[in-house]
Design a protein around this ligand. Structure first.
Ligand code: SF4
Ligand code: FES
Length: 252
């Protein structure tokens, strides 16, 4: 086999897509220190790769103690929401080339929930609020003998809010939720909306009463942070407004 010439090797190396990117990660380990601290990692990476790929490189090749959640790696499971360059995003959906890799890229845990370690937060309060709005079909009377039918228009009414993957990017971007964590938060309201506006459901009044609470929909200050943060493109603020309107008019 012919040995490649020096020119060819240099040309190939010049065409390499890899660049060195600094990832500045906010580390926290309660077994080591009560204080969180930033740590820099230099990663050789193709800018067309995602932040999740960089986190994998760091964990597998540089520091195995780096702790974060992820599962599907394809924007479906909702487990890898984190603050990247100060904005809530899914690490598996964020391309490095889209977030100024020439400067250090900051990565930290989402806000408003207790950090357990590094990028992992305690999701229990988030899921408790989700459970509290009864995110399941409620019907009365006997079991139907056939499928519950619904018109295309009626299905369209709550189509947007069916897309939620419970990543918490919206709730943890909300200043009201940061304040005391008592507010139900956008994600719980989105999932209540999904059933309140479902023509087959008969639990709308119950859900509205749950959200007609001092920690319910009226805490929303319409800042739109939630809509900006949602990786599924759900119009979160609009859904919250629709629930508020349903509470006033009792029409849904
Ligand atoms: S509404 Fe969007 S941001 Fe909020 S939990 Fe659902 S998918 Fe995530
Ligand atoms: S790892 Fe599942 S959404 Fe990112």
């Amino acid at each position: 086999m012919a040995t490649p010439t020096m020119d060819k090797v240099e040309a190939e190396s010049a065409a390499s897509p890899y660049i060195t990117v600094t990832f500045r990660i906010r580390r926290f380990n309660p077994e080591v220190s009560e204080e969180a601290q930033w740590q820099d990692f230099q990663v050789e990476i193709d800018p067309k790769e995602r932040v999740l790929d960089a986190l994998h490189k760091i964990k597998w090749d540089i520091d195995g103690t780096l702790t974060f959640r992820r599962s599907c790696a394809h924007g479906i499971c909702g487990s890898d929401a984190m603050r990247i360059n100060g904005k809530n995003r899914l690490a598996c959906k964020t391309l490095i080339k889209d977030i100024s890799p020439e400067k250090p890229i900051t990565v930290e845990a989402i806000k408003g929930l207790t950090v357990l370690k590094d990028l992992v937060v305690d999701m229990d309060p988030f899921f408790q609020a989700y459970r509290d709005v009864m995110p399941f079909l409620i019907t009365k009377g006997n079991e139907p003998t056939r499928e519950r039918l619904q018109s295309a228009e009626d299905r369209e009414r709550f189509d947007d809010t069916t897309k939620c993957i419970l990543c918490a990017a919206c709730t943890s971007s909300c200043p009201v939720f940061w304040n005391d964590g008592q507010y139900f938060g956008p994600a719980a309201i989105v999932n209540a909306h999904r059933f309140i506006f479902d023509s087959r459901d008969e639990g709308g009044e119950q859900r509205l009463e749950i959200l007609n609470d001092r920690d319910g929909v009226w805490r929303c200050r319409t800042t739109f942070n939630c809509t900006d943060a949602c990786p599924r493109g759900i119009e979160v603020t609009k859904a919250i407004q629709e629930v508020k309107r349903a509470l006033i008019t009792r029409r849904f």
